[in-house]
Design a protein around this ligand. Structure first.
Ligand code: UD2
Length: 330
């Protein structure tokens, strides 16, 4: 009896050990499977995780000289508060040139999408600078928003159309807008808004980093490299490559920038030289010497031929370049 009891207790303990061992094996197996599942799951959901990871550590958010670099997920709380504080809405002027064929082809979409996305709730006045004011489309504008067409001379060369914008904008802001606008934004017309622009974009001098060069170093930037030009930036110098398609700021910021850029253009004209990328080269020189107070990421003027996955959220997209169709002179 005792032996049977002893035998059964030994068998019982053995069974218990076997059960425990089996349990351990099953648990280990399940844990192993589970960890494989987690691993595979991570792979499946990687884009989201990578987005979270990328928007925080991978994008530079501050320049070496302390200027914020605004990505679409950045909001400047101080500015949000000032807009929400119950004071009068901020007054923002948009300048956009639509000369020759650029008017029909690009202006309607530029304006239509601006009404959907650009600083909603603000007082926005569009200044369309064109050789053909009667062709400016009539579009529905939200309350507090208006449009003014201004006739400008059509230069024969597209290069001069682009460069002379700097003088026209400087004159307009200095003569008419100072005191009437809080901020001025200057846009190329061959682009359209694809996401909201909020108070995060406002600053005293605002420049946008060119989509084609945001992940590259200054040695690759197409700065003007001839020392003879006022736009010259030496190899090894430079901060970012800025896109002339979007810039802005407060009135004095825009007057100083456009005057400074145009001074460089005039100096080059006097020497019979034209910078490699025209106003854009001079704009890059100006913002190298006079650091902008805010930089916008390339999401604010995006090249659609690049993968959207390279940035969190595209806020403005430029059209594919169709120079033969839209430029009237080579
Ligand atoms: C061009 C030049 C670049 C620089 C830049 C100015 C090339 C490859 N690059 O790039 O060197 O000068 O312009 O930002 O050529 N516009 C008109 N009518 C015209 C021409 C221009 O309204 O006939 C206005 C319009 O708002 C346009 C802007 O000027 O969006 C810039 O011209 P663009 O779009 O032809 O020049 P972009 O950006 O391809």
């Amino acid at each position: 009896m005792l032996r049977r009891l002893a035998g059964s207790s030994v068998r019982g303990r053995l069974g218990l050990w076997l059960l425990v061992a089996l349990g351990c094996i099953v648990t280990a197996f399940v844990l192993h499977r589970h960890s494989c599942d987690v691993g595979e799951g991570e792979k499946v959901w990687q884009p989201e995780l990578v987005n979270h990871a990328r928007t925080t550590p991978e994008f530079k958010r501050m320049t070496e000289w302390g200027t914020p670099i605004v990505w679409s997920d950045t909001l400047d709380p101080a500015q949000v508060d000032s807009q929400d504080a119950g004071g009068p809405p901020l007054r923002v002027v948009v300048t956009v040139f639509a000369i020759g064929r650029y008017l029909d082809k690009y202006l309607p979409r530029f304006l239509g999408t601006a009404e959907r996305y650009f600083l909603l709730g603000y007082e926005v006045t569009y200044f369309v600078l064109t050789d053909f004011p009667s062709k400016v489309p009539v579009i529905d504008l939200a309350p507090g928003r208006s449009l003014v067409s201004i006739k400008v001379k059509k230069q024969a060369r597209w290069q001069d159309i682009c460069m002379d914008r700097m003088k026209t904008i400087g004159d307009l802001v200095e003569s008419t807008l100072t005191g009437l606008a809080d901020y001025v934004f200057c846009f190329d017309v061959d682009q359209y808004f694809t996401g909201p622009w909020g108070p995060e974009v406002l600053g005293d001098t605002v420049a946008v980093i060119h989509a084609g060069f945001f992940s590259k170093g200054p040695l690759t930037f197409p700065y003007e490299r001839r020392p003879k030009s006022a736009a010259y930036i030496a190899h090894g110098e430079g901060d970012f490559y800025y896109h002339a398609a979007v810039f802005g700021g407060c009135c004095s910021g825009v007057v100083n920038a456009t005057r400074g850029i145009f001074r460089g253009i005039v100096r080059d004209r006097e020497k019979g030289i034209e910078a490699i990328w025209h106003d854009e080269s001079h704009l890059n020189r100006y913002f190298f010497d006079n650091k902008p107070s805010k930089l916008l990421s390339p999401e604010y003027s995006w090249d659609p031929s690049m993968s959207w996955k390279d940035v969190p959220s595209v806020r403005m997209t430029y059209w594919p370049k169709e120079y033969q169709k839209v430029r009237e002179h080579p």
